[in-house]
Write a protein that binds this ligand. Structure first.
Ligand code: 13P
Length: 255
């Protein structure tokens, strides 16, 4: 990454893992390990762990995020959580458009955009996920897919609001599979996403934008991925569930 222009952020996405006692143990182990980080550190946790995470990270450098939010402020949406509800409890970040939401829960580019809008309106910072399926990579349309997802998600977002958005490039074929994109593949698509931002908002906004990579990033491969110009951090699934591994990735981003 280019440290003069932008800040690395390492975010954990716990997905549907950890009971409250397990969350407590993980955060208590993690907090001292990342206390000296020179990058942003975020943990995005299940709704049931948000209060635990907020309580245990108070006074530390770890920020707390949720894994999704609804686009409406309130209403008859059984089982959903609004951005306002998250903001009110002190949550700072929210993941939006994760490929698992798109794949298993019918999330579309349009609802991703609606959720981004709601999160920004509630004062949350957004980790916006984009990424291609394996078939799409094989068809040679990775850049088109990621550009389109980025453009639609950012519809109606101002340049000022863009400062509250991180984009995470997560190739779907690399998530939870142990298959990491090579550092060059990650750099190429992250650079393409930065190019989309430059076209929409100008070069300065694009250079300031944090674009993470996610997909089987771990303690072993993080340093190489993070050495690339356009890889400004990571969105970490499996490896964020182990304090030592997550801390090693944070240390790699702090170099
Ligand atoms: P893994 O790191 O487990 O591949 O998950 C990546 C991811 O989906 C983070 O959002």
């Amino acid at each position: 990454m280019n440290k003069e222009l932008r800040r690395a952020v390492i975010a954990g996405n716990w997905k549907m893992n950890k009971t409250r006692p397990e969350a407590k143990a993980l955060i208590e182990e993690l907090a001292p390990l990342v206390a000296q980080a020179k990058c942003g550190v975020v943990i995005c946790v299940p709704y049931t762990n948000l209060q635990t995470a907020l309580d245990l990270t108070a006074g530390t450098n770890i920020k707390v995020g949720a894994e999704n939010c609804h686009w409406a402020k309130s209403g008859a949406f059984t089982g959903e959580i609004s951005a306002e509800m998250l903001a009110e409890m002190g949550v700072e970040y929210v993941v939006i458009g994760h490929s698992e939401r798109r794949q298993y829960f019918g999330e579309t580019d349009v609802t991703v955009n609606q959720r981004v809008r709601a999160a920004l309106d509630a004062g949350l910072k957004v980790i916006l996920c984009v990424g291609e399926l394996l078939e799409q990579r094989e068809q040679g349309i990775t850049e088109e897919i990621c550009s389109m997802q980025t453009k639609i998600a950012l519809g109606g977002v101002s340049e000022e609001e863009l400062k509250n958005i991180i984009i995470a490039y997560e190739p779907v074929w690399a998530i939870g599979t142990g298959k990491t994109a090579t550092a060059d593949q990650a750099n190429e698509v992250n650079g393409c996403i930065r190019g989309v931002i430059a076209k929409l908002y100008g070069e300065a906004a694009a250079q300031a934008m944090t674009v993470q990579y996610g997909g089987s990033m771990n303690a072993k491969n993080a340093e190489e991925l993070l050495s690339k110009e356009h890889v400004d951090g990571g969105l970490i699934g499996g490896a964020s569930l182990k304090a030592q591994d997550f801390a090693t990735i944070v240390a790699a981003a702090s170099k």
